[in-house]
Design a protein around this ligand. Structure first.
Ligand SMILES: [Zn+2]
Length: 385
């Protein structure tokens, strides 16, 4: 096991956390264990047992569980600091490569982002200090070469691994905490998008160095980390560019106003015809001019699978879908749309439906904004005397 493999990707979700078992709930946040973690534990446990016997296997497993308790506390460092700024955490998942705290969002204030990012490694600093003091009082001799995990005792190994976690997580590259710290520090002096671009470039530069070092020393893990760092940097740069292009735009600037609507009495079968004949796949439902809900293509499929094509949409429409207002910030509405996992967000003005917000339309608005921002300035007019 290589202890340099504990990237912490708080704030960004690289993959969905399926196949996870709930461990419990601590400080109001659910903690999950990914099944690959159990496979990893069984594999390490069995391999150690086969090579060195049951005592060694138990020591190794105890060490890994202690180490991941430190990883968990690190994630709580991020989550509980974010909570101070009113940002919730959906859950924390432990994977063999580290922990992921799924924060609802990162704070947009650079100082707060810096504190949330630093809080994780700060927890490891505290843990390392406590272990250091215990070892000092015990007066243990410093092991010369902790070549294998059992040599030098559990505490020495835990101390060493916490120090590695601090250094590794503070590398100034996304998706590590250090990347966010760097971006936040830059954002105090320059616009957010430029700060992100600069931080992402530095991160990708580091990924290239990791690849070179990995190839030079035959260290496979460095190539793996370089891959995560490269992807993390591109994602952050894209998100930041998107936010900066959307800044200043309102929902009304990008909402669809030409669309078909259903009434609660329309049937699943009618809806299928509308979907097949037109461009629209998801519909708002309006009754006597009042907005009452939405029906997505998936809802129609589910209704058909349930067996009755003549049932009215009132039976299966979503009445509790999120919505937004025409004057809302477009970037914020996009975040709401994404977190709702729905294809559209109804735009309501005084309870009445006045438009629809879809990801495609926002992407189109982005495309036009990007084209306008990149257009070449016309040559200056010749000055006539
Ligand atoms: Zn972290």
């Amino acid at each position: 096991m290589d202890e340099a493999a504990f990237p912490c990707r708080s704030g960004s979700v690289l993959f969905t956390m399926k196949w996870s078992l709930k461990l419990g709930r601590l400080w109001g946040i659910d903690v999950y264990l990914h099944v690959t973690f159990l496979l990893f534990l069984s594999w390490v446990g069995y391999a150690t047992y086969a090579a060195m016997g049951v005592g060694a296997a138990l020591s190794i497993l105890f060490l890994i569980v202690s180490l991941f308790s430190c990883v968990l506390l690190h994630e709580y460092g991020h989550a509980l600091t974010a909570r101070r700024y009113g940002i919730g955490t959906a859950d924390i998942t432990l994977l063999p490569i580290g922990g992921v705290a799924r924060l609802e969002r990162m704070p947009s204030n650079p100082k707060q982002e810096l504190l949330v990012a630093v809080a994780g490694p700060a927890v490891n600093v505290v843990i390392a200090a406590v272990i250091g003091i215990i070892l000092l009082f015990r007066g243990d001799p410093i092991p010369r070469q902790p070549a294998n995990l059992l040599e030098g005792g559990i505490l020495w190994n835990l101390l060493r691994m916490n120090l590695v976690m601090i250094v590794f997580n503070m590398l100034p590259a996304f998706p590590m905490d250090g990347g966010r710290v760097l971006r936040a520090a830059l954002a105090m002096r320059m616009p957010f998008a430029k700060a992100t671009r600069t931080a992402a470039n530095i991160g990708q530069g580091m990924a290239v160095i990791f690849v070179l070092l990995g190839l030079l020393y035959g260290h496979f893990m460095l190539l793996f980390i370089a891959f995560f760092v490269w992807i993390g940097a591109s994602n952050e740069a894209e998100d930041a560019e998107e936010s900066s292009l959307l800044s200043g735009l309102r929902v009304r600037d990008a909402m669809v106003t030409d669309y078909r609507r259903l009434t609660p009495d329309d049937t699943a079968q009618n809806t299928v015809q509308l979907i097949l004949q037109g461009w629209q796949a998801d519909f708002p439902v309006v009754s006597d001019g009042e907005y009452v809900g939405i029906v997505t293509r998936q809802d129609v499929v589910t209704a058909l699978e349930a067996g009755n094509p003549l049932q009215p949409v009132a039976n299966f429409m979503r009445i509790d879908a999120l919505h937004c207002g025409p004057e809302d910030d477009l970037d914020a509405a996009l975040q709401t749309l994404r977190s709702s996992h729905l294809p559209l967000l109804p735009v309501l003005g005084e309870g009445r439906l006045i438009g629809l917000l879809t990801s495609e339309n926002i992407l189109e608005a982005l495309m036009f904004r990007r084209a306008l921002s990149q257009r070449i300035a016309p040559p200056p007019l010749p000055v006539t005397a």
